[in-house]
Ligand binder design. Structure first.
Ligand SMILES: Nc1ncnc2c1ncn2[C@@H]1O[C@H](COP(=O)(O)OP(=O)(O)OP(=O)(O)O)[C@@H](O)[C@H]1O
Length: 606
């Protein structure tokens, strides 16, 4: 799979394209509140911008002894203060609700994109993982899409109104915002520094997080104590945190120095404009009210420019965050790209599954882990895959499940290239149980039932699947049978043993009534050899019954040769290559690697 690496601090996808996606998403979050927030903040912006004008009228009214003007201006000043506060209150509430919705929508979309990526590449490619981690941590920024736009509209109204008022005093005052320009330009740079910090710190943060989980998670608690790893983990954790802090501190200092220089530039303009209008007033070209108006406006311009700078900065950050999302959507789309909806999925296998010149290389690895595999998995066969640790067995299983796309060669399902089959439809006909299964902490029924979502609430189906997994009596040992909540962290939740969890995982793999492919990747490793033997015996019989119905292929990975020998076909993998294949009898008489390993294990039982 082609992969894009990114420079630190630069968005992985163009800003224009990202802006389009962002607008669409932001609007989808809550169009009604978006409009309301826009209106409230626009009116508030007008009220704030005209405040200086009412003050000027008030002062001029007082100096000119114009009672009517004075009263109207005093009422307007009071109205501006009260109305401004009310609008601010209402606008902030709407904005908060909007933030929450936008944030929730973004999290949902992100989870959907990740979950709907048919392959595991997002989780296994460091460049993708970095984008995902930063996005997960900073998803609130992405959720700021609409608020950013509302703020931008608000700032525009204020800038235009303020500019008109400045011209009304003297056109030359229009140069005032120019003194704030360095702030806008440099804020872009500061925003880049922020992203750079996040990206540079992503890897140490990931390591620190891993170490933190190792120190606190129940799964590693035993080994942490037994091997007295606590201090070592904490030392590593501190070291990673020091790296993160150093990265952020260095960039923060740079950012603050830049900001200081920009503020100084503006102050020169601020005092310069006031001195200029005072000079004009002394010469009789402007009123005392104009001096007051200039002082108020100049102060507001500083705030406005700073605000605009912040908006530019925030929008840039929002765009960068959003671009990570677009990048991940691209990865997901590329992973689905080869799918040809018109390729029919067979309802039963007639010839079987065939691997042709198949090679696979993990992202960021410099060598293939599977080399040029040619293998026929005949319809209805039970196939055992054996080999040393790291030989490539699990990789092969994941390729068959469509979780990886071959780097070279292809997998054919009754002649159709698996890469072109719709992964969602293929998965409906694949069932699996893995050694590294997930521990879904639902009720027993649901934990097993999710193996076939169409029957997730079917008690009979779950019980039958557990029966096939050799765990038919497991619910009877639990307080609420199939309704028992799993996981000690939940009310009335029950924690299971490793072997019991594994039996539930096998049960999940047994839920589909008519799979075309059943993948069993050391699902019985936590069970004793005799139980594994009995289970596989049962599955072999079931597979033979299924043969006529669907021609299903069963692939079993196991290190136990007493189980493996029952398979119709045994495939021996050695460092990513098939070195032998055949039936048990054929391989034993061949006297090769299989015979050697079989003899070694048999001898240890004698
Ligand atoms: N996610 C991954 N990223 C990079 N390399 C990987 C990944 N998973 C496995 N590998 C490498 O691929 C090779 C084959 O691993 P695989 O898990 O397929 O072997 P296996 O035969 O199933 O081993 P075991 O019997 O120990 O389960 C190993 O060298 C391993 O280091």
């Amino acid at each position: 799979m082609a992969e894009r690496t990114t420079d630190h601090g630069t968005p992985p996808v163009g800003r224009l394209r990202t802006a389009r996606v962002m607008l669409g998403l932001a609007w989808a979050a809550d169009p009604r509140r978006s409009v309301l927030a826009f209106v409230l903040f626009t009116v508030q912006a007008l009220v704030a911008a005209l405040f200086g004008w009412w003050l000027k009228l008030l002062l001029d009214g007082l100096t000119d002894h114009d009672d009517m003007r004075t009263v109207v201006a005093a009422l307007a000043v009071t109205g501006s203060i009260v109305g401004g506060a009310a609008l601010d209150y209402a606008g902030t509430r709407v904005r908060m609700a909007l933030n929450e919705r936008a944030h929730h929508l973004v999290e949902r979309r992100l989870a959907l994109t990740v979950a709907h990526t048919p392959t595991l590449e997002i989780h296994e490619t460091p460049a993708h993982l970095t984008q995902l981690e930063i996005l997960v941590d900073d998803s609130w920024e992405f959720g700021e899409a609409i608020p950013s736009l509302v703020d931008a509209a608000n700032a525009t109204v204020r800038v235009v109104t303020t500019a008109i008022l400045l011209v009304s005093v003297h056109p030359l005052l229009l140069v005032l915002p120019l003194f704030g320009l360095p702030m806008v330009l440099l804020s872009r740079h500061t925003s880049g520094l922020f992203d750079l910090g996040n990206e540079l710190a992503a890897e140490p943060a990931r390591r620190a997080n891993d170490l933190w989980e190792l120190a606190t998670a129940a799964g590693s608690a035993k080994e942490t104590r037994l091997f007295r790893l606590g201090d070592r983990i904490l030392t590593g954790f501190h070291a990673e945190h020091r790296k993160i802090q150093a990265i952020h501190r260095r960039l923060q200092v740079r950012g603050q120095l830049i900001g200081l220089g920009a503020q100084l530039a503006f102050l020169v303009g601020y005092f310069g404009s006031i001195v200029f209008v005072v000079g004009q007033a002394v010469r009789g070209h402007n009123s005392v009210g104009d001096v007051l108006l200039t002082a108020v406006l100049a102060g507001q311009v500083l705030g406005l420019v700073g605000n605009s700078a912040e908006i530019v900065q925030r929008t840039a950050r929002t765009l960068t965050a959003a671009s990570r999302f677009v990048y991940l959507e691209d990865v997901a789309r590329r992973a689905r790209r080869a799918v040809d909806e018109t390729v029919p999925l067979p309802s039963r296998l007639s010839s079987g599954i065939h691997l042709r010149g198949l090679s696979y290389r993990y992202p960021h690895r410099d060598a293939d882990v599977l080399h040029d595999i040619d293998l026929d998995l005949p319809a209805g066969a039970t196939v055992a895959v054996v080999g040393d640790n790291g030989a490539g067995k699990t990789t092969l299983v994941n390729l068959l499940a469509g979780l990886y796309v071959p780097t070279a060669g292809r997998i054919e399902v009754d002649g159709a290239d698996l890469a072109t089959l719709d992964p969602e439809r293929w998965r409906l006909r694949v069932s699996a149980a893995f050694q590294d299964h997930a521990r879904w902490e639902f009720s027993v029924r649901e934990t097993v039932g999710i193996g076939d979502l169409s029957a997730v609430d079917d008690e009979t189906a779950a019980a039958a699947a557990l029966e096939r997994a050799g765990a038919g009596d497991l619910p009877d040992t639990l307080p609420a049978g199939l309704d028992t909540q799993l996981g000690a962290q939940w009310p009335a939740g029950v924690e299971l043993s490793g072997g019991q969890w594994q039996k539930l995982a096998i049960g999940r793999g047994m839920m589909r009534p008519a799979p075309l492919l059943l993948l069993l990747d050391e699902p019985t490793a936590a069970l004793d050899a005799e139980t594994e033997h009995r289970l596989f015996e049962r599955w072999t019989v079931a597979a033979r019954e299924l043969r006529a119905a669907t021609g299903a292929v069963t692939v079993l990975v196991s290190h136990r040769f007493s189980t493996v020998r029952m398979a119709d076909l045994i495939v021996v993998l050695d460092r990513g290559r098939i070195v032998e294949s055949g039936t048990h009898a054929e391989l034993v008489s061949l006297g090769g690697l299989y015979a050697e390993l079989f003899e070694l294990q048999a001898a240890s039982y004698r």
